[in-house]
Design a protein around this ligand. Structure first.
Ligand code: SF4
Length: 241
């Protein structure tokens, strides 16, 4: 979804329109190609290619499940093209759009923090807007923290004060766009949350300065049903695989 939206914005930069249904059909065809590549295990030789958990762990999913995923992508993309937010974005100068959603790293009190806002633009009122495209179910706490980290990114990397930042959570499935304005107090609360998170992660390290950990210091869960859906199962609990 995120790659598809990025592709769409690259077209919009040139001021061109996209025929919605052919674009969606093309995205679904690409997904099929990725699915086939993953199923064939190509990611073992080319780690940057698509690798699906279900193929690595041989989870037997019915075709209906895959079809539901592809329907969801089509619905989200159709909603994306109809969003008033998209109309508003396209009225602004594309020169200042930040399209790529790859992580940017910055130092936060001596620790590297990676943040990846999905999309950024300057509104007609001269405010910085950062957008998070969501395609799944809502997780209000996680989403609020994530948006808060975007505000932190705006302040630390772009030097834009919280009072000049608008954060948008665009849930494409519903579709529903939630706009959050920010202020110094809320940013302080996010900083404190990030500090606590860093501290609790570093507490597990044998050598925090070198970011080094020992696997034996990490207790394994007794709830094997959690392991069932864990990406690290093959290295952590190979006996379950
Ligand atoms: S397999 Fe995953 S969930 Fe299970 S103990 Fe290991 S890391 Fe934890």
């Amino acid at each position: 979804m995120h790659d598809a939206i990025e592709m769409a914005f690259h077209v919009f930069v040139g001021g061109r329109d996209l025929p919605v249904e052919p674009f969606i059909a093309d995205v679904i065809e690409r997904m099929r190609g990725d699915w086939r590549s993953s199923k064939a295990g190509r990611y073992r030789e080319s780690p940057k290619t698509a690798a699906l958990f279900e193929h690595e762990y041989a989870v037997d999913l019915k075709p209906e499940v895959w079809q539901a995923i592809s329907r969801n992508v089509a619905t989200c993309l159709r909603n994306f093209f109809r969003l008033p937010l998209l109309t508003a974005i396209r009225k602004t100068s594309a020169d200042h759009w930040s399209i790529e959603h790859w992580s940017k790293v910055f130092e936060f009190e001596g620790t590297a923090v990676w943040v990846a806002p999905d999309f950024g633009f300057w509104t007609e009122e001269g405010r910085l807007a950062l957008v998070d495209w969501k395609t799944g179910g809502a997780n209000p706490d996680g989403a609020a923290f994530q948006l808060g980290c975007y505000a932190l990114y705006a302040a630390e990397v772009l030097g834009v004060a919280p009072s000049k930042v608008d954060l948008y959570e665009a849930n494409l499935r519903e579709p529903e766009v939630t706009q959050v304005q920010w202020n110094d107090e809320r940013l302080d609360a996010i900083k404190e949350q990030v500090r606590l998170s860093i501290r609790s992660m570093k507490a597990y390290l044998v050598d925090p300065a070198a970011n080094a950990a020992t696997i034996a210091d990490f207790e394994k869960t007794e709830e094997l049903r959690i392991c069932r859906w864990c990406n690290f199962r093959v290295v952590c609990r190979p006996e379950l695989t």
